[in-house]
Design a protein around this ligand. Structure first.
Ligand code: ASP
Ligand code: CP
Length: 353
C-alpha cells in the first residue's frame, strides 16, 4: 500500500521515526538526529575512529576504497556550504565512490516545471546515495517520500535542513567531544547562540541527551531560546536544562564546572532589515577575558563559520577543538555512509575495534 506524503512526513516527528528512518537495521533516511540512540552513536564513533586509522596507511586506504567501489553520490547543496559539502565529498572519495556536487537547482529541469517526485526518481536512477542540504524541510521530505515510493530508490542524508536539523554536524560534534573527553556521561555543556534557529545547536543537544546525567546551559537572546518541544524532549531524557541570556554572569558563577562551550553564530540569514546585519551582541560573545573563569581543559567548539562570537584570541586555548571538528567531519560522515551500506562492522574489525 502506498503511503501519502503527509502521513509519511508525520512519521519523522512522532513514534514512527525509527521505523521510517531505518531499513533492515541500517539507516536509510538520516533526516532527524533523534533517530539515533546511544549504542548507535557509539558504534558510529567507533567506525569513524577505525576509518581515521585505516586512512593513515596504504593498505587501510585500499580497504576503505572498496566501501563505495563503483558507487556514485549526489551532493545537492541548495544553501551555501564550505565544510559540509567538502567533507562529504572527501568522505565519498576516501570510500572509493565518485562525488557529484550540484549547487544550482536553477540549472536543472525544475525550472521547466518538473516535480520533486520525478526529479528524485531521475536522481535515484543514476546515483546510490543522496546528500541534501536545503532550506525547506518539506522539499527534503518530498525527496525522501519519492525515494520511499520508488521504483528507483537510494538512501538519503540531510546535510542541513532549514533551521531544523543538521544531524551529521551533531554526529561529528559528539565524535569530537567523545574523542577528546573520553566519555560524555555527567558532562556540563554550554550551548551559545540562537538556539531556536541554529540547526547545529539543536541537533547536538538532541544527541547529547542520549548520554547519562547531561547538563546543558543554553545561552541565547530571549527571542531565540530553544522551543518548548526541544526542551521537553531533553528533560524527558533526563537532561538538566538551564536558560540564560548573557554569557558573562554564567561563566563568572559556573565557568569552572563546564566541560565544553559550544559557540554558534546568530542565524541572521533568516532575518530582514537591520536584524540581518552580521554579528551578535556583546552578551553572546565569548570574550577573551572569560578565560579566567574556565578550566584550561574546558573544550571550545563551534560548527563554523564564525563571525564575531568566537574571537581568534581563543585559537590557542588548550581546549580549542574547532579544527578537530572540521577534520572529524570527514571521518564521522564516512562512518555514517559506511554504516548505510553495511560496511561498518568490517572496518571496525580490520582495526581490531
Ligand atoms: N554551518 C552551519 C550550518 O549550516 C552553522 C552556521 O551556518 O551557522 O548550519
Ligand atoms: N558547519 C557547517 O555546516 O559548515 P558549512 O555551512 O560551511 O557547511
Amino acid at each position: 500500500m502506498q503511503i501519502d506524503l503527509d502521513t509519511f512526513s508525520a512519521m519523522f516527528d512522532g513514534p514512527d521515526l525509527r521505523e521510517v528512518s531505518f531499513l533492515g537495521g541500517r539507516p536509510r533516511f538520516v533526516l532527524r538526529s533523534s533517530m539515533f540512540e546511544r549504542d548507535e552513536l557509539e558504534s558510529l564513533c567507533a567506525t569513524a575512529r577505525a576509518i581515521r586509522s585505516l586512512d593513515a596507511h596504504e593498505q587501510g586506504a585500499r580497504l576503505l576504497e572498496r566501501v563505495l567501489h563503483r558507487k556514485r553520490v549526489l551532493h545537492l547543496f541548495a544553501q551555501p556550504s564550505t565544510r559540509t559539502c567538502e567533507s562529504f565529498a572527501t568522505a565519498t572519495a576516501r570510500l572509493g565512490g565518485s562525488a557529484r556536487v550540484l549547487q544550482d537547482l536553477s540549472a536543472t529541469s525544475f525550472v521547466k516545471g518538473e516535480t520533486i517526485r520525478d526529479t528524485a526518481q531521475v536522481w535515484a536512477a543514476s546515483f546510490d546515495l543522496l546528500v541534501l542540504r536545503h532550506p525547506d524541510d518539506r522539499f527534503v521530505l518530498q525527496c525522501a517520500h519519492s525515494l520511499a515510493l520508488g521504483p528507483h530508490t537510494m538512501p538519503m542524508i540531510s546535510a542541513g535542513t532549514g533551521t531544523l536539523e543538521h544531524p551529521t554536524q551533531g554526529l561529528l560534534d559528539v565524535f569530537t567531544l567523545l574523542d577528546s573527553l573520553g566519555s560524555l556521561d555527567g558532562r556540563s555543556v554550554a550551548i551559545v547562540g540562537d538556539t531556536s534557529r541554529n540547526r547545529c545547536a539543536r541537533s547536538l543537544a538532541t544527541l547529547l541527551s542520549r548520554f547519562e546525567q547531561i547538563r546543558i546551559a543554553f545561552v541565547s537572546p530571549p527571542e531565540f531560546e530553544p522551543e518548548q518541544a526541544l526542551l521537553e524532549s531533553l528533560t524527558a531524557r533526563g537532561v538538566r536544562v538551564e536558560l540564560h541570556h548573557h554569557l558573562g554572569p554564567l561563566l563568572a558563577a559556573h565557568g569552572e564546572s563546564l566541560d565544553a562551550i559550544y559557540v554558534t553564530r546568530l542565524q541572521q540569514e533568516w532575518d530582514e532589515g537591520e536584524a540581518a546585519l552580521l554579528g551578535t551582541s556583546p552578551g553572546l560573545v565569548l570574550d577573551p577575558g572569560y578565560r579566567r573563569f574556565l578550566r584550561p581543559s574546558c573544550r571550545i567548539l563551534h560548527p563554523l563559520p564564525r563571525v564575531n562570537e568566537l574571537p581568534t584570541e581563543w585559537d590557542d586555548h588548550p581546549g580549542f577543538l574547532i579544527w578537530d571538528q572540521v577534520r572529524n567531519g570527514i571521518w564521522a560522515r564516512a562512518a555514517l555512509i559506511a554504516t548505510l551500506v553495511g560496511a561498518d562492522a568490517g572496518l571496525r574489525e580490520a582495526t581490531g575495534a
